[in-house]
Design a binder for this molecule. Structure first.
Ligand SMILES: C=CC1=C(C)c2cc3[nH]c(cc4nc(cc5[nH]c(cc1n2)c(C)c5CCC(=O)O)C(CCC(=O)O)=C4C)c(C)c3C=C
Ligand SMILES: [Fe+2]
Ligand SMILES: [Fe+2]
Length: 337
């Protein structure tokens, strides 16, 4: 038997890092937001209701009403570079690429919308990445975010003959490097404020409460981040109250509590005059921080009698956050790179 000698050319021997975040619409029109929400909210990891029950609700009610409302919110935060979440994630990838050098190929993707996760994953492999570290930029693990990323990666693997070796960045909610980066960055932001906050809310994205009972560690991860961060801030801000809340409630089910919007209003009504809000669970500023907290949260606090309100920015691509990300990625690449 003669063996064929014309094996197709294949790139090989490289290492890839794929940063992944949630996703965002391609523009801020109701049509683009509808397309994005249709993909996002059809993911069974996000809405855990049987398809036969959920799809008629999604298409019959939600996608008829929410896109216009959400598009209005996106329009208030949209930038020349597009959606803040996409622009900042791209900058994070660029900064990490500069830090890691030529030995590693760094790319970024979104779980929903573009750049599509499966495309970027296949592209890394086509560029010769035999080993790929998938890094979902979610410090606290949830099935709706981290597991959904891996579902999409597995879908991409399903199309490959020669699959790469894989690693996943574990959740880093209690990693000393993450807590230190947050304490340093948020501390500097609070010190630079023109007022001294009486309270800082640590506002995490919410989840249906049911997910906690089903075994999702998300709530516990958020609580632990908040406890460690409060401890790390205490020496610098001994008078500061630190409170943990959950934002962005969606749908009719009970979500994790206390709700950020409720607490903001209650605090103002109870006489708190100066408040800061931080969102340590978001790696990058996005609709949830720039519109829900910085616009609606502010209006609500001031409208209920508060005097000063500041939304602190996420770590984004600033030094403290990039130092942390480089540290986590280098650790996960050990033995590879
Ligand atoms: C940080 C982790 C996130 C978790 C956990 C999460 C769960 C979750 N989200 C929804 C519904 C929506 N989320 C929306 C926006 C949004 N969510 C996250 C992150 C998490 N979501 C981010 C970073 C963003 C912002 C995206 C951007 O473009 O800036 C939206 C869309 C906006 C809107 O219409 O309000 C929805 C809807 C559910 C149901 C859920 C858990 C089950
Ligand atoms: Fe969300
Ligand atoms: Fe929201």
């Amino acid at each position: 038997m003669t063996l064929p000698t014309d094996h197709p050319p294949v790139a090989h021997g490289r290492i890839g890092v794929l940063l992944v975040n949630l996703g965002t619409p391609s523009d801020s029109s109701p049509e683009a937001v509808r397309k994005y929400l249709a993909e996002f909210l059809s993911d069974p990891r996000v809405v855990e209701i049987p398809k036969a029950v959920w799809q008629p609700i999604l298409h019959g009610i939600i996608l008829r009403t929410r896109p216009r409302k959400s598009a209005h919110a996106y329009q208030q935060v949209w930038t020349d570079e597009g959606s803040p979440l996409a622009a900042i994630t791209a900058r994070q990838a660029r900064a990490l690429r500069a830090r890691l050098g030529d030995g590693v190929i760094v790319d970024w993707a979104m779980r929903y919308g573009r750049p599509a996760l499966t495309d970027r994953f296949v592209s890394l492999h086509a560029q010769g990445c035999e080993r790929i570290l998938v890094a979902p930029l979610y410090p606290q693990y949830s099935a709706a975010t981290n597991a959904s990323v891996m579902d999409a990666v597995c879908k991409a693997l399903g199309q490959m003959r020669w699959q790469p070796a894989l690693r996943t960045l574990p959740p880093y909610y209690d990693d000393p490097a993450y807590i230190a980066a947050l304490a340093q960055d948020l501390g500097a932001q609070m010190t630079a404020l023109p007022f001294t906050p009486e309270v800082v809310l640590l506002s995490f994205h919410g989840m249906p409460e049911r997910t906690l009972r089903l075994g999702d560690p998300y709530y516990c991860h958020c609580r632990k981040t908040a406890r460690l961060l409060a401890d790390a801030l205490a020496p610098q801000f001994p008078e500061l109250r630190v409170d943990t809340t959950f934002q962005s409630r969606f749908g009719r089910a009970k979500w994790l509590e206390p709700a950020t919007d409720v607490v903001i209003e209650q605090e103002a009504k109870a006489g708190t005059r100066r408040m800061a809000v931080a969102a340590p669970g978001f790696s990058a500023d996005c609709l949830e921080t720039l519109e829900e907290l910085a616009i609606r949260g502010r209006e609500s606090f001031l409208g209920a009698g508060g005097a000063e309100f500041a939304t602190l920015t996420c770590l984004n691509d600033r030094e403290a956050g990039m130092d942390m990300l480089e540290h986590l990625v280098r650790r996960e690449l050990s033995g590879w790179a």
